[in-house]
Design a protein around this ligand. Structure first.
Ligand SMILES: [Zn+2]
Ligand SMILES: [Zn+2]
Length: 904
């Protein structure tokens, strides 16, 4: 039954072989209906333009761990995959291609452009799906969706029509954030704010008809003065009572504008007089509404001054700023310029400075939707973990503003609204209308705007399962069990899924939202192309293998703490993979001809070491399960690492060798069974973290029953059955087992191990070569200890390499011994004969001589005034530290010399 494993673990061949096998056998497939309990996760759909980065790698590794774990626990698991059409991002990609051909989208026209985007998608979009497969993601790929496929488009249209009919979608002419490069509106959260240094220009506004009299207003954006339609003061500001109601002369333009009184004005800021530009500032827009002021838009859609800017028409906004400031200076109207720090909003796609811009857009009235989404989290129907994020969610939802959903691009879901040229009515319908719903005119035009990309992804948890149809998938898998995501899309996406899910499904979209941290570089810096500190997941996978990489991510995924990723860490976990591999090779070599089906664990006469490893395995099972249930991925991974490396490999494999290689046939059977049992369980525990290496090894392990070749049935039979699953993916996840709990035996074994460690410490301190056997005396505090040590003396002798072991009660301490204490056992190791005394004395003398030279060198340097006075303080301090260090080293060596000299 056993198949030999290759000498070293070669990840690439193993990975591609097993992934293809799993996928072709349908092991990732979810059943639409099943007797089994459902478990479901929808993938945060990566952009169709995307390439796998560290964020994706972490996000999808965690999801895969959960899905594989739950599948092995016997759940009917759906991991729903797909990609997002990513409106602006994708349009940008194709526009860049066109630009290289010296064309723009208008040269092609709308239909041809969209066709071109689809072609791009078919040819080079979605490469990230293949990359997720390399990561081992066990998504149900046959269900893969795209936010613009037919079914999802139908869901989008249904939602739009329904919200419009419910009065939750409306159109309004107001200020929005506008990207002058992308030529589209942006929602508030699509604007990235950055603190920048700017200026505050203080400008004199003359009072109309009173030559020589003026007030000073301050602004950070002087070009917007072209659109001023008032000047405002606080109604209670005594300085300006006489001014209210008068007219001012707008500099350079010489247009008359009124002085209004409004409580919005901060009397303490600047002079207490502010200019009001309702078409280009969010606060001024509100002031304008209160006072019935005109809105003068001075920009075109590219941020170029339009006709309203008179002599500045045709200038880019920043060029206009320069000319206006120069013009003011010439006319003596510039009082002063101060430096001024401020927050500047940039487009999240292209970083262009965003302009508040007056335009007619579509909005979702979110307040009624937000109310339910808030309540659902307050009532615990959805948990957000770690808990601190709940407050962030509450804050945002309580202050939420209406959501601007229209975008002036072509790639996306075109808004299903038709304007009537005849009567002005808007017709919104499920089917494309042929005539106006009010007057019947056929002169109707469809809205040219498309919907915000996040509108379709807000429906993802139910649209991917076939909504608006009533599908069995919705019945089985909605609400989903968990959403795994980064905090950066908590508002873009999570909050909106909550609102839409509750409104359309009348139930929350997920029970848990697990928010994971960011992957940063080793210094804790954000990875970015410009800093050159990006680690590419695919390069890492090529170099170290997928399993090492996944295990690293899991091991560092502590809740609420960013991951500082250095390549050395991944290299470290590759060593872990090799450790597992070598342990498996050792085990398999010792299981030749072994048939576990013929052995019954409950009938075995287990040794203390056997009971100890079974007990520790059992505890590890319990801890892993608890940690995963609470999304403490790092604790689960570290617990498994510790158990595998220290307890199984370093201790048990050594302890069991005597039985494996010994003559006692009964002991041999027990040792082989426990070895097989532990490795088998360990592989299954590790599988969700390291899917490939565990499958490769597990396939070579002897099985307790016949192989079940049934294709993708996911039928788990308990180990007593004759049918064995065909893949570790289908094997049951280990469960805590009361009858394999041996706390007392394990405690006793640990006392023995402490003694062995104590002897090993002495060997290390005295630098005894590993091949040399030594004499040891154990002085026990009581009879029970003596029995315990005697009972395990074989293990002690072989693991600590002892020639002569004496065990007694309260043995008087002999002279010239090295001592260690382990519980009530004192360990004495006679030094005589342990080391070659003369050689050791010579070695120590030589070492001490070297150190003395170093001390002299540092001392001389530090006594030299020209060094101490001239060198930088931190360098001098470092030299002093070094001196202290070597002096301490010398003291240790001298102490050893003194000890060993006594043995002569
Ligand atoms: Zn932009
Ligand atoms: Zn009409």
């Amino acid at each position: 039954m056993t198949r030999e494993l290759a000498k070293g673990y070669e990840p690439h061949d193993v990975e591609s072989r097993w992934y293809a096998e799993w996928e072709s056998k349908g092991y990732f497939a979810a059943a639409a209906t099943s007797e089994k309990k459902p478990y479901s996760i929808v993938i945060p759909p990566p952009n169709v333009t995307g390439a796998l980065h560290m964020g994706h790698a972490l996000n999808n590794t965690l999801q895969d761990i959960l899905c594989r774990w739950k599948r092995m626990q016997g759940y009917n698991v759906l991991w729903m995959p797909g990609t997002d059409h990513a409106g602006i991002a994708t349009q940008n990609v194709v526009e860049r291609q066109l630009a290289a051909e010296k064309k723009d989208r208008h040269d092609l026209g709308r239909d041809a452009f969209i066709e071109r985007v689809w072609r791009w998608k078919a040819e080079s979009g979605g490469q990230i799906i293949g990359q997720l497969k390399r990561l081992g993601a066990s998504c149900d790929w046959e269900r893969e969706r795209f936010t613009m496929d037919e079914g999802l488009s139908k869901a989008v249209r249904t939602v739009f029509v329904k919200l419009y009919e419910d009065g939750l979608i409306y159109r309004d002419n107001r200020l929005i954030n506008w990207c002058p490069r992308c030529h589209t509106a942006l929602s508030d959260i699509e604007v990235e704010h950055e603190e920048k240094k700017g200026h505050l220009w203080h400008i004199r506004y003359p009072v109309a008809g009173e030559p020589g009299r003026f007030v000073v207003v301050a602004t950070t954006r002087p070009e917007t003065m072209l659109g001023d339609t008032a000047v405002a003061v606080h109604p209670d500001d005594e300085r300006y009572q006489g001014l209210i109601g008068k007219m001012m002369l707008l500099p350079l333009i010489n247009r008359e504008i009124p002085v209004v009184a409004d409580e919005y004005v901060d009397r303490e800021f600047g002079t207490g007089v502010v200019k009001i530009t309702p078409a280009h500032d969010f606060n001024d827009f509100e002031v304008g509404l209160r006072h019935g002021l005109d809105r003068i838009n001075v920009f075109d859609e590219s941020g170029v001054i339009n006709a309203a800017g008179r002599q500045y028409e045709g200038l880019d906004r920043f060029e206009a700023r320069k000319r206006i400031v120069a013009g003011l200076e010439e006319e003596g109207l510039l009082e002063k310029i101060d430096d001024h720090g401020m927050s500047i909003g940039g487009c999240y796609r292209c970083k262009t400075v965003v302009e508040p811009y007056l335009s007619l857009q579509w909005y979702v009235r979110v307040a009624p939707l937000a109310e339910r989404a808030l309540a659902a989290v307050r009532e615990g129907k959805t948990r957000i973990l770690p808990k601190q994020w709940e407050n962030t969610y509450f804050d945002w939802m309580e202050n939420i503003r209406d959501w601007c959903i229209s975008r002036q691009i072509w790639w996306g879901h075109r808004i299903p609204a038709w304007f009537c040229d005849h009567c002005g009515e808007i017709t919104v319908a499920m089917e494309d209308p042929l005539s106006c719903s009010k007057c019947g005119s056929d002169e109707i035009r469809q809205e040219t705007d498309v919907l915000d990309t996040w509108f379709s992804s807000a429906l993802w948890p139910f649209s991917t399962m076939g909504w608006p149809d009533k599908t069995p998938e919705l019945g089985t898998f909605y609400p989903t069990s968990c959403l795994v995501t980064g905090f950066d899309i908590l508002f873009f996406w999570v909050a909106r899924m909550m609102m839409m899910g509750l409104h359309f499904m009348d139930e929350v979209p997920f029970k848990d939202v697990y928010i994971h941290a960011l992957v940063r570089d080793a210094q804790g810096q954000k990875m970015s192309k410009s800093k050159g500190n990006v680690i590419d997941p695919l390069t890492v996978i090529d170099q170290y293998g997928t399993d090492a990489f996944r295990f690293t991510l899991a091991a560092f995924a502590a809740q609420g703490r960013d991951i500082k990723l250095a390549e050395e860490r991944i290299a470290g976990y590759r060593n872990f993979c090799n450790k597992v591999w070598n342990a498996a090779r050792f085990t398999l070599m010792n299981l030749q001809g072994f048939d576990p089906a013929r052995v019954k664990l409950e009938e075995l006469n287990l040794s203390e070491a056997d009971k100890w490893i079974l007990h520790r395995l059992n505890e590890t099972i319990r801890e892993t399960d608890q940690a995963l249930a609470e999304y403490r991925f790092n604790e689960a991974a570290m617990g498994l690492y510790q158990f595998t490396w220290s307890e199984f490999c370093d201790w048990y494999l050594e302890l069991t060798k005597r039985d494996l290689y010994g003559e006692n046939q009964e002991r041999k059977v027990v040792a082989r069974y426990v070895l097989w049992h532990t490795l088998d369980h360990l592989l299954r525990l590790l599988h969700p973290f390291m899917p490939f290496i565990t499958e490769e090894i597990w396939q070579s392990l002897p099985k307790a029953g016949a192989r079940n070749e049934e294709r993708g049935t996911r039928k788990f039979e308990p180990r007593t059955s004759n049918l064995e699953p065909a893949s570790i993916m289908l094997a049951p996840y280990p469960e805590f087992c009361e009858s394999l709990s041996f706390p007392e035996a394990a405690g006793r074994m640990e006392r023995v191990m402490a003694v062995i460690s104590g002897i090993r410490n002495i060997r290390g301190e005295m630098e005894v070569p590993p091949s040399k056997e030594i004499a040891v005396i154990l002085s026990c505090g009581n009879e029970e200890s003596i029995q315990l040590m005697k009972h395990n003396e074989g293990s002690i002798i072989s693991l600590a390499r002892i020639s002569d072991l004496a065990i007694g009660m309260d043995v008087a301490k002999p002279e010239d011994v090295s001592i260690q204490v382990a519980g009530d056992v004192q360990i004495f190791v006679p030094l005589k004969g342990l080391v070659d005394v003369e050689a050791e004395i010579q070695r120590l003398l030589k070492e001490i001589g070297k150190i003395e030279k170093e001390i002299e060198m540092f001392s001389r340097k530090l006594e030299n005034p020209s060094f101490v006075d001239r060198a930088p303080a931190d360098i001098v301090a470092k030299e002093r530290e070094k001196l202290v260090e070597v002096a301490a080293k010398k003291a240790v060596l001298e102490e050893s010399l003194e000890k060993i000299s006594k043995l002569k």
